[in-house]
Design a protein around this ligand. Structure first.
Ligand SMILES: Nc1nc2c(ncn2[C@@H]2O[C@H](COP(=O)(O)OP(=O)(O)OP(=O)(O)O)[C@@H](O)[C@H]2O)c(=O)[nH]1
Ligand SMILES: [Zn+2]
Length: 224
């Protein structure tokens, strides 16, 4: 195992990371610790945070919270940090020779802002044009949700989904739009409950051909 977080000071953790800006910044030894140990260590540290906040950890309702939070982080809301949870995208031959774009719209996703660790939630709209293979529809939703289940910024989430679809579907013709609410903007800080954030990824025909892009926007009702 690399860094033992029970012994390392918090300053040592997360100082260095590898990868390009498109990748989620992860420590080189991020996958050396198994999930159960992560839960155990996060639980311990979260108990400490609650204790510092003055909460009584012997209270019936609170005593299980450190474990609940740790389990939720590792196995639920941040499960997309573990490549073992990456969905296996089942592809089919495009036997019907369908050559138009396929749009999967209003895909619900929940993520967390990497700056404040509070929820980001919204909808994703995805389109692609097959180059010979088609994907099972639910796998598009699963790919969106896998990348959402990480600490994120919306720009990177959008690009990670777009690039994954290009790779899986072996086509350049991919478009992704995310429209999301950031609770770090609505529930704290500036406290704007109205604004939402729209980000886009256009590749291949969607980048070069205005007609394809407008067709996609029309299907998702962002443009007439
Ligand atoms: N570009 C981008 N910024 C984000 C995203 N999510 C949150 N942010 C912003 O990240 C910024 C972090 O800025 P800081 O000034 O370090 O944090 P802060 O003092 O808590 O800022 P306030 O939210 O303005 O109170 C804030 O402006 C957030 O609104 C995102 O997905 N993309
Ligand atoms: Zn934030």
């Amino acid at each position: 195992m690399g860094i033992d977080i029970s012994q390392a000071s918090l300053e040592e953790i997360g100082e260095e990371h590898v990868g390009t800006s498109l990748e989620t910044p992860l420590r080189e030894d991020a996958f050396e610790m198994d999930d159960d140990l992560k839960v155990e260590l996060i639980e311990k540290h979260f108990r400490e945070i609650m204790h510092i906040m003055g909460l009584d950890l012997t209270d019936d309702s609170l005593k299980g919270t450190p474990h609940r939070v740790a389990k939720m982080y590792v196995k639920e809301v941040f499960s997309g940090l573990n490549p073992k949870n990456k969905p296996i995208a089942k592809l089919f031959e495009n036997k019907y020779k369908y050559k138009e774009m396929l749009v999967e719209k209003d895909i619900t996703f929940h993520s967390h802002c990497e700056h404040h660790f509070v929820p980001i939630y919204g909808n994703a709209h995805v389109a692609y044009i097959s180059k010979g293979e088609v994907i099972g529809l639910s796998k598009i939703n699963r790919i969106v949700q896998y990348f959402a289940k990480r600490p994120q910024v919306q720009e990177r989430l959008t690009m990670q989904i777009g690039n994954e679809l290009k790779e899986v579907l072996k086509t350049d013709d991919v478009a992704v739009i995310l429209d999301a609410n950031h609770m770090c903007v609505s529930s704290r800080g500036v406290q704007d409950t109205n604004s939402s954030t729209v980000t886009s990824f256009y590749s291949g025909k969607f980048e070069k051909d205005e007609q394809s892009r407008n067709e996609f926007l029309k299907y998702i009702s962002l443009e007439k």
